[in-house]
Write a protein that binds this ligand. Structure first.
Ligand SMILES: Nc1ncnc2c1ncn2[C@@H]1O[C@H](COP(=O)(O)OP(=O)(O)OP(=O)(O)O)[C@@H](O)[C@H]1O
Ligand SMILES: [Mg+2]
Length: 571
């Protein structure tokens, strides 16, 4: 560390490029610092730094990271503490550009595996960013010394040592997360698609906040007796709650009674949540995919024929391609693509669906003849999807009772409380005289897998590889923009870093070779990540950058929305 201080004193006041001299590794007793990348100027992306403390000093008992689930939770927790310490000890941005900034990629409501913090038997390592201080474009050596030898060690020692942490809080965090994985692991065996624990707080503070609504404003979730199940946890005993069975479930109820809120909780049940989130014991099967209409998206040779046929101008729906999908065709493509990736649970909300894709009632059937309507609505295929592919569906459907015919379970939200009304719903539909006629054939048919052609996926913009993610919605891939705003289960910008690097990695490894289907490609990528870690995406054993766990479904969604994509259908 003395060496670093000396260099910084020497280059004080020189041009910013002089900072390149500090690249390297430094030590202060047990504390090691690696300056892996030095930014080119004060406005460029901040410099990449790692700090490492050996376990002999950090003192985390191996039991705290004894399996994948606990390790991810421990890392996530320390990362949050590191971030908290930044807020406390960093003097923040000073002078030019990003001067003085210290930033680590850390989580919000979800607990995610990420590359910004690593705990293993040997050490704890934080991988973060720092803006090296400048006045104009001159090195501010003294400010940098205060960061490197003052703020950063202070941040590290207050967050990366077991003894400096709230140990009860840490253990509770890890145990809660492990319990959620354990609960999720029981769903398939109990033939459940999702589980919402009694006492959960599902509503959020606002439409743009992930935080729970305050306890005195929120109505706690209580399962109706008919759906109540009891599941085991490792650390919190038995937990009771609503088990939504596999099959077809309809959520009904008046406007503003909490239907979409329940569906959102199921949607987010693929992730573990932090304690006090309100959804911290509510889980869904891993392969659950939210489906919505997405007018304007591009679609490449998707076989949407189970839903759409006889389009104007005889457009072939076995190989449906468009650069501007309609409401119904986009929703059909979204479903087929999810099924291509073997989704086990589809979630649909009438609020974000194309009405004509969901339903065609008996009156409409009388006026518009079948041959003039290209759409076989979801209601006529949902049962085939379950019977033939084993994929369940949960639909929010307050506007039409026709779905009662095909539903296995009907839940009514009544002032934010679920009531099981399957029997009454079946009686009601049974008593309708002039019912709608079923429109599908007997079978949904086979899912046609598609193999992306490598020449259609170009990460280059000019002569440089250019991939960059922006927020939760956009990836710049080469010269194109991938719009993921309708892919609702992305919760963290770093997931988009992961997804874009996964595509690049699959190209480099030749997994995208024109013969592998999308799912096969992603299986190969995930196999590599599984045997090593997300760090393989950066292909570099220093500072890996900021990547957070993302599922195959969201990665496939990005590939499918690449506007240059070309595919070959598998026979
Ligand atoms: N358990 C709850 N306690 C308190 N407020 C809740 C609860 N659940 C949902 N809310 C709030 O009630 C409002 C309506 O919820 P939601 O959007 O889920 O209704 P909805 O039934 O889908 O309505 P619509 O039919 O109009 O789409 C939201 O502001 C939501 O945050
Ligand atoms: Mg709603």
């Amino acid at each position: 560390m003395e060496k670093l201080v000396k260099i910084l004193e020497k280059i004080d006041g020189r041009g910013y490029k002089a900072y390149k001299e500090i690249k390297g590794s430094y030590r202060l007793d047990d504390f090691s610092m690696f300056i892996d990348h030095v930014q080119g100027d004060p406005f460029a992306s901040p410099s990449k730094i790692r700090v490492r403390i050996p376990q002999s000093a950090a003192g985390f008992d191996p039991f705290l990271f004894s399996n994948k689930s606990r390790k991810a939770a421990l890392q996530d927790y320390i990362c949050r503490q590191f971030n908290g310490s930044i807020q406390k000890y960093s003097k923040g941005i000073r002078r030019t550009g990003k001067s003085g900034l210290i930033h680590i990629d850390s989580g919000k409501q979800e607990i995610l595996e990420r590359t910004s913090l690593e705990v293993n038997e040997r050490f704890v390592e934080a991988r973060f960013y720092a803006g090296l201080p400048a006045r104009g474009r001159r090195v501010q050596g003294k400010q940098c010394i205060s960061m490197m030898a003052g703020e950063i060690p202070e941040i590290a020692f207050s967050s990366m040592l077991f003894s400096s942490l709230d140990q009860q809080g840490l253990i509770r965090f890890i145990n809660t997360s492990e319990d959620q994985d354990y609960l999720r692991g029981q769903l398939a065996g109990r033939k459940l698609a999702a589980f919402i624990a009694n006492g959960s707080i599902l509503p959020r503070r606002s439409g743009v906040s992930g935080l729970p609504l305050s306890r005195h404003e929120a109505v706690k979730f209580i399962s109706p007796p008919g759906l109540e199940v009891s599941l085991d946890t490792l650390h919190s005993g038995e937990i009771k709650g609503m088990g939504i069975p596999e099959g077809i479930t309809i959520i009904i109820g008046g406007g503003f009674h909490g239907k979409s809120t329940l569906l959102s909780a199921i949607e987010m049940g693929i992730y573990n949540h932090i304690p006090e989130d309100g959804r911290d014991y509510s889980v869904s099967i891993d392969s659950c995919v939210k489906i919505r209409a997405e007018e304007g998206r591009s679609v490449q040779e998707v076989n949407i024929s189970p839903f759409i046929s006889n389009l104007p101008l005889k457009k072939d729906t076995h190989k449906f391609s468009t650069s501007n999908a309609s409401g119904s065709t986009s929703q059909a493509a979204n479903i087929i693509e999810a099924l291509e990736c073997r989704s086990g649970l589809l979630l649909l909300d009438e609020d974000t669906s194309a009405t004509n894709f969901l339903i065609r009632d008996s009156v409409m059937q009388k006026i518009v003849p079948r041959e003039k309507e290209p759409i076989t609505p979801f209601i006529d295929q949902v049962k085939n999807i379950y019977d033939e592919l084993g994929t369940s569906s949960i639909l929010v459907m307050g506007g039409s009772g026709d779905y009662f015919d095909v539903a296995h379970t009907v839940i009514m939200m009544d002032s934010y409380r679920p009531v099981l009304v399957t029997g009454a719903a079946k009686d009601a539909i049974g008593s309708v005289i002039d019912k709608r006629v079923r429109e599908s054939g007997t079978s949904f048919g086979r899912i046609t897998e598609r193999c992306p052609l490598p020449e259609s996926i170009d990460p280059y913009c000019g002569r440089k590889v250019r991939i960059k993610s922006r927020g939760l919605d956009h990836i710049q891939f080469g010269s194109l923009d991938i719009d993921l705003s309708a892919v609702e289960q992305v919760v963290d910008p770093s997931q988009l870093n992961t997804i874009s690097e996964m595509i690049l990695y699959a190209l480099k490894m030749d997994y995208i070779n024109g013969d592998n289907a999308i799912m096969e490609i992603l299986d190969l990528v995930f196999e590599d990540i599984g045997t090593k870690s997300l760090c393989i995406l950066s292909g570099y054993d220093g500072h890996p950058g900021s990547y957070a766990f993302a599922r195959k479904f969201e990665a496939a969604a990005a590939i499918n929305r690449l506007r240059s994509l070309m595919v070959k259908q598998k026979d």
